[in-house]
Design a protein around this ligand. Structure first.
Ligand code: TLP
Length: 346
């Protein structure tokens, strides 16, 4: 029985084309800046995101951390969403390693932060207060259903940041999902921000790595932070080679993942005991809650599905997030739906 894994798009395995590129990648010592594949990936990424420069890092978490450390000093404050990955899922790194204080605002259900609330959160120049230095947004927003933040909203935040002399970073782990969904370029979406991190190892299928993009001076500082965090790698061109394939051939097809996520939502909508947290998935994620009338709860469903080779994960709050990616085809969607029907209706 073929195993299909809906836990995350982080589970994606490299494609055969990526494996071939990795096997034949030209490499050198990247700490000396001498890895031709990494240099090629960084140039390609900077061009796609419309920024002056880029830096390859081992993970999205390190990308966000190195970026925030490059923007902030100890004691500075960063304004970000209370549902953001940086705040919830990055082990408190900005506080632990940077002495940076998170100032959280409630994420609206569409992943945005209220503009007026951001403005009110910016500290006055007073010795009692930390210095407001940075705004961080997430696009697409993972915990808000994988929703893309619009260009208009990103521009409004960019203008607000400028007006108050703050920096603006986008955790764009899935910024290409957002760009494909909105039908605009990732460069347009990134333009209002000073820096953006995006991941190669999620929907784009590369085995390892993320890229930070920004202007030359920012990337120089982020480079130093990456070294301090132990993220200076040597012949990592074998990884960058897969990333180049990802950027050249895996972006446009993300719309297939979005179509399949919608098909999953359509199939689950009328199953008794389930409720969709977001009626129409915008990108590649479907969040489902279980009502008290459900025949089984989330963890029982996860166990029963595993016996059928369908790998899911229940969250602590009793919901399940289903994530669609390159290795989920139409047949996998059908299998998932028929098993939900069997378990909860049958
Ligand atoms: N997200 C993972 C888990 O950590 C929750 C997932 O399965 O979705 N920003 C965003 C918005 C992310 O969703 C993630 C990973 C990251 C950053 C971190 O990327 P990695 O895992 O490469 O450190």
């Amino acid at each position: 029985m073929e195993r299909v894994d809906f836990r995350s798009d982080t589970v994606t395995l490299p494609t055969p084309e990526m494996r071939a590129a990795m096997a034949s990648a030209e490499v050198g010592d990247d700490v000396y800046g001498e890895d031709p594949s990494i240099n090629r990936l960084q140039n390609l990424a900077a061009g796609l995101l419309g920024k002056q420069a880029a830096l390859f890092v081992p993970s999205g978490t390190m990308g966000n951390l190195a970026s925030i450390l490059a923007h902030c000093q100890r004691g500075d404050e960063v304004i970000l969403g209370d549902q953001s990955h940086v705040f919830i899922n990055e082990a408190g790194g900005i506080a632990a390693f940077g002495g940076v204080q998170p100032h959280t605002l409630p994420n609206e259900s569409d992943g945005t932060l209220d503009l007026h609330a951001i403005e009110c959160a910016i500290r006055q120049d007073d010795v009692h207060y930390p210095i407001s230095r940075l705004i961080v947004l997430e696009n697409t927003h993972n915990r808000c259903g994988g929703i893309p933040l619009t260009l208009e909203y990103s521009r409004a935040v960019g203008e607000l940041a400028k007006k108050h002399g703050l920096k603006f970073h986008i955790d764009g782990a899935r910024i290409f999902n957002a760009a494909v969904k909105l039908g605009i370029s990732a460069a347009d979406l990134a333009a209002p921000a000073d820096s953006v991190t995006f991941c190669l190892s999620k929907g784009l299928c590369a085995p390892v790595g993320s890229v930070i993009c920004g202007d030359e001076a920012f990337i120089t500082r982020a480079h130093r932070m990456r070294k301090a965090l132990g993220g200076g790698m040597r012949q990592a061109g074998v990884l960058a080679a897969a990333g180049i394939v990802a950027l050249n051939s895996m972006i446009e097809r993300l719309s297939d993942d979005h179509r399949r996520a919608r098909a999953i939502a359509d199939g689950l909508r009328n199953i008794p005991g389930l409720s969709l947290r977001y009626e129409r998935p915008a990108t590649n994620m479907v969040y489902i809650d279980f009502t008290p009338q459900a025949k089984m709860d989330a963890s029982a469903v996860v166990e029963a599905m595993r016996e059928q080779g369908i790998i899911l994960r229940a969250s602590g709050d009793g919901s399940i997030r289903l994530v669609v990616h390159y290795w989920i085809d139409d047949e996998a969607v059908e299998r998932l739906l028929s098993n939900f029907e069997r378990l909860l209706r049958g």
